[in-house]
Design a protein around this ligand. Structure first.
Ligand code: PRP
Length: 208
């Protein structure tokens, strides 16, 4: 790829669908037939752009290493990944929050409560800053199961509509951080490809 090409890391799934909507509103190029393809790299040669379709948690990794110049990713993933990337823009899509939740009225029988989470670093930092000792147990999804089946006393997880908590008999206890989707950039690309990246920011900003 020559230096004027831009590689964008897109998170496969819900966020990407919303990102595509604002990409279209902003008049930015979007690949055709995205729904039908299983390709992981999509070249749009006519506009010197390619998309790589990544797992959301891996987007900051591709961007930090510079194999993607920019990326679209939730603030939760930025916080958890602790990667060295520039955060350029709040796209204000997929709003939700990172919260602590648990069984109403329950108290831990252990001296060190157990917290299940897909976000072990965020959970550890949160409790460390509060001066509370907890044991964080990493899960990879359906985290709400943790307290219900007795693996953990509480969870640190994303709450969006609150439906998953409600339907599983859990309540939100504390809010850690509000979350939206962000545009991130590799630090070198941000300097070397500033015209291309600035054009994307300028087109996106008025439609957010
Ligand atoms: C996320 C999150 C909660 C749920 C919250 O899970 O981890 O489980 O969504 O949404 P709600 O408040 O609108 O119910 P996701 O659907 O990504 O699946 P996962 O649990 O397998 O990670």
């Amino acid at each position: 790829m020559n230096n004027n090409n831009l590689t964008i890391a897109m998170p496969k799934g819900r966020i990407m669908e919303e990102a595509i909507e604002i990409w279209i509103k902003a008049g930015l190029p979007v690949p055709e037939d995205l729904d039908e393809t299983r390709k992981l790299i999509i070249n749009m040669k006519h506009v010197q752009t390619r998309w790589i379709l990544a797992k959301p948690m891996d987007v900051p990794t591709y961007v930090e290493y510079g194999v993607a110049d920019i990326g679209i990713v939730g603030k939760d993933v930025i916080m958890e990944s602790e990667r060295d990337v520039y955060e350029l823009l709040d796209l204000k899509i997929s709003p939700c929050r990172l919260s602590v939740a648990g069984i109403p009225g329950a108290s831990s029988k252990d001296s060190v409560p157990k917290i299940a989470s897909k976000y072990p670093k965020i959970a550890e930092k949160y409790y460390r800053e509060q001066g509370k000792q907890v044991e964080v147990i990493q899960l990879h999804g359906s985290v709400e199961l943790g307290p219900i089946i007795g693996l953990a006393d509480g969870i640190v997880d994303i709450v969006s509509t609150g439906r998953t908590l409600k339907e599983n008999g859990l309540i939100e206890l504390e809010t850690i951080a509000p979350i939206t989707t962000r545009l991130i950039a590799n630090q070198v690309s941000y300097r070397m490809k500033q015209d291309r990246i600035k054009e994307i920011i300028d087109r996106l900003s008025p439609v957010l």
